[in-house]
Design a protein around this ligand. Structure first.
Ligand SMILES: Cc1ncc(COP(=O)(O)O)c(C=O)c1O
Length: 390
């Protein structure tokens, strides 16, 4: 069963989000509640713990990787959760989602080529593109009626100009929280097909979808040049530091090409802990996951109501998915340093600055909400007091 409180507080951990040096570097103090890293504080599903316990207890780590059972478990989960049919023989396992992206960029583009991303977007996309010697083709998202949408004219122009050789999607989108609809994805596919451009879709947040929104994987659109990175148990099951990445495509030629490159690098399997934790998550973690999703959704609703009723000068982009919320503090009309000081020193909230994601307006911040709701409520109470005393 899903529960909120963990027993880790008394133990010694090196969790990045609590790292004092990093907090001091970003916020000038470590006296903030860290809402910046997209991971969760909750104890993981008990079947995963039991499986890890089994491996630890046996004290033997002979070579053992059961990739086919992992792929089958991920495929079955997606069939049930998203009515998505995936062929277990078309997955390629790599160490993580970011390694998958780095590898696909190198495999399908050349030095100097453009890779299209929809900004503001998860900051590591830019880093991976640029560190591979490729160029970011920024397709800025638009805000229409308080809702993020895709600028399809610009999207098409970028592909037409011929500089962008790959589209790197984030679906559900971190940080703006959109879950791209089938019709939006279809429009992107239609354009990509016209210019023969590959689409790689990072679907790490696929299961974290709220209310009546529906996740649609790029592979369900039957575009021959579509690759998805789906099935990582990092965000849905809180296995961030032991999750693998899974590359999936229906296209046999693309699959063979990716598989051959990954196996030539000898990185095509997980370790036993990762493998069996992932199988346990997808085979036995449903009840826990439903509890987690319900809890997160209630948190989203609580924040939305609090902001609407008590913080009218804060714009919240209510997420359709992901465990992140994207805020705009522009209406407070504060100088960037004053806003930062209000958030850090008075509300004691360690949010991620929008600039990380390529947002040019300094009033934007992202908040990770996969934490105890009472802690979030206390943070918002402090924020309310701080804003009222401006
Ligand atoms: C969109 C997105 N992709 C990838 C990652 C990281 O994936 P991994 O740790 O498997 O490399 C994150 C983590 O926050 C993310 O939000």
């Amino acid at each position: 069963m899903f529960k909120v409180t963990s027993s880790t507080s008394a133990t010694q951990n090196n969790f990045i989000k609590h790292d004092s040096a990093m907090l001091n570097q970003f916020y000038g103090t470590n006296d903030v509640v860290p809402y910046w890293v997209a991971d969760m504080d909750f104890p993981i599903a008990n079947p995963i713990t039991q499986e890890l316990q089994r491996l630890v207890d046996r004290e033997v780590y002979a070579y053992e990787f059961d990739s086919s059972r992992v792929f089958a478990a991920i495929a079955r989960w997606n069939e049930t959760a998203h009515n998505l049919s995936l062929d277990p023989n078309h997955f390629v396992q790599v160490p993580g989602v970011l390694s998958a992206i780095a590898l696909l960029i190198r495999e399908f583009t050349q030095q100097g080529d453009g890779v299209l991303i929809q900004t503001p977007v998860y900051h590591q996309f830019r880093r991976l593109i640029e560190s591979a010697g490729r160029v970011v083709a920024g397709n800025s998202l638009k805000i229409e009626d308080g809702h993020y949408t895709i600028d399809f004219d610009d999207f098409e122009q970028q592909l037409k100009r011929g500089n962008a050789k790959m589209v790197l999607l984030c679906n559900p989108h971190n940080p703006v929280g959109r879950v791209w609809t089938r019709s939006e994805l279809q429009t992107m596919v239609d354009i990509a097909r016209r210019y023969d451009v590959i689409i790689v879709s990072d679907e790490i947040h696929a299961d974290i979808v709220f209310d009546d929104h529906t996740f649609t994987s790029i592979v369900s659109l039957r575009y021959e040049k579509a690759v998805s990175i789906i099935g990582s148990p990092a965000k849905n099951f809180g296995l961030n530091s032991i999750a693998n990445g899974y590359i999936y495509t229906d296209n046999d030629a693309l699959y063979q090409q990716i598989k051959s490159t990954v196996s030539s690098l000898a990185i095509d399997h997980g370790n036993a802990l990762t493998t069996y934790a992932t199988i346990a998550a997808y085979e036995k973690g449903r009840e826990w996951f439903e509890g987690y999703l319900q809890y997160t959704q209630t948190t989203v609703h609580w924040i939305a109501e609090f902001v609407a009723s008590s913080l009218p000068d804060i714009t919240m982009y209510k997420p359709e998915g992901t465990n992140q919320i994207w805020f705009d503090f522009s209406k407070l009309q504060l100088a960037p340093d004053t806003l930062k000081s209000l958030l850090v020193n008075e509300a004691k909230m360690g949010l991620t600055p929008g600039a990380w994601f390529g947002e040019t307006n300094p009033n934007y911040y992202r908040m990770n909400i996969a934490v105890d709701r009472e802690q979030i409520q206390a943070s918002f109470a402090r924020l309310h007091t701080a804003i009222n005393s401006l």
